[in-house]
Design a protein around this ligand. Structure first.
Ligand SMILES: [Fe+2]
Length: 251
C-alpha cells in the first residue's frame, strides 16, 4: 500500500471514530456544515478498504458504532413547545372553552377523515371486476378530496390554538370507523364499507356543527357544513349509485 493511501485511510478512520462519540458527531455536523460522514459514505469506505487493506475488519468494527449526527442532535435537542391537549392563546374573540371544544371535536373528525381517506386509497389499489377502471378512478378522486379535507381540518385545529393529530398511530387510537380487513374485498363490500365510513363521519360532523354554533365558533361551523358535510354528502351520492339494485335498502 502507498503511504498516501494509508494516510487517507487513517484520516477516514479518524473521521469515523469521531462520529462514534455523540458530541463529536454534533460538533462535526455543526462546524462543517453537515459534511459529517453519512451512513452511505461510511459504506463507501468499507468497500474501498475491502479491496485495498488487510485491516478492513478493524475499521469495520469501529464504523459499526457509527452515530448518526441527525439522531444525536435530535436526542440532544428534542423538546416540546406545546403539550398535546393544551391551547395556546389566540386573539380570535372566542372563549377558551369554545376553542377547546372545537379542537377536541375536530381532532376526532380528523382521525375519522384520515381513515376514510386511506380507505379510498386501499380500495383504489384493490378494486376489481367489470367496473374496475371507473371505480379505480373514482376512488382516487375521492381520496384526493378527503386529503384536502384532512388538511383543512388539521389547520383549523392549529389556528384555534390546538394541536392536530398527525401520525398513523394517533389515527388508529382515535378513529371510530371500523378497521377494514387486510383482505381484498369485492367491489360491493368496498362500496358498502365506504358508505358506512361516510355515514359515521357525517353523523359526527352534523353534531359538531351544532355544537360549534352553540359556543359561537362560526368559522368551525362554516367549515363543517360547507366543506366536510357537503363534501361527504356528494361522495355518498357517487358511491351509493353504484349499489342501486345491489341492496334493497339503498334503492
Ligand atoms: Fe394510483
Amino acid at each position: 500500500m502507498s503511504s498516501a493511501t494509508f494516510s487517507d485511510v487513517i484520516g477516514e478512520r479518524a473521521s469515523a471514530h469521531r462520529l462514534v462519540d455523540e458530541q463529536g458527531a454534533i460538533e462535526r455536523w455543526e462546524n462543517e456544515g453537515g459534511i459529517a460522514l453519512s451512513p452511505t459514505q461510511t459504506t463507501t469506505i468499507h468497500n474501498t478498504l475491502t479491496f485495498q487493506f488487510i485491516g478492513i475488519f478493524i475499521i469495520m468494527n469501529e464504523t459499526q458504532d457509527y452515530v448518526s449526527p441527525a439522531t444525536a442532535i435530535m436526542t440532544r435537542n428534542a423538546r416540546s413547545i406545546q403539550a398535546y391537549g393544551h391551547l395556546i392563546p389566540m386573539p380570535l374573540a372566542l372563549l377558551e372553552s369554545a376553542r377547546q371544544q372545537s379542537v377536541d371535536n375536530l381532532n376526532q373528525l380528523l382521525a375519522d377523515t384520515m381513515t376514510l381517506r386511506d380507505l379510498y386509497k386501499k380500495h383504489h389499489w384493490q378494486v376489481s371486476g367489470p367496473m374496475f377502471y371507473q371505480l379505480h378512478l373514482l376512488f382516487d378522486k375521492h381520496y384526493a378530496t378527503q386529503a384536502e379535507l384532512v388538511d383543512t381540518i388539521a389547520e383549523r385545529i392549529m389556528m384555534l390554538g390546538g394541536i392536530s393529530i398527525a401520525m398513523a398511530q394517533d389515527v388508529v387510537d382515535n378513529t371510530t370507523i371500523p378497521q377494514p380487513p387486510k383482505d381484498r374485498e369485492c367491489p360491493e363490500s368496498q362500496l358498502t364499507r365506504l358508505l358506512q365510513a361516510h355515514e359515521i363521519t357525517l353523523q359526527a360532523a352534523r353534531s359538531m356543527a351544532r355544537q360549534a354554533i352553540e359556543v359561537g365558533d362560526d368559522g368551525t361551523n362554516d367549515m363543517l357544513v360547507s366543506e366536510v358535510i357537503r363534501g361527504n354528502e356528494l361522495q355518498v351520492w357517487f358511491v351509493s349509485q353504484h349499489l342501486v339494485g345491489a341492496h334493497a335498502h339503498i334503492e
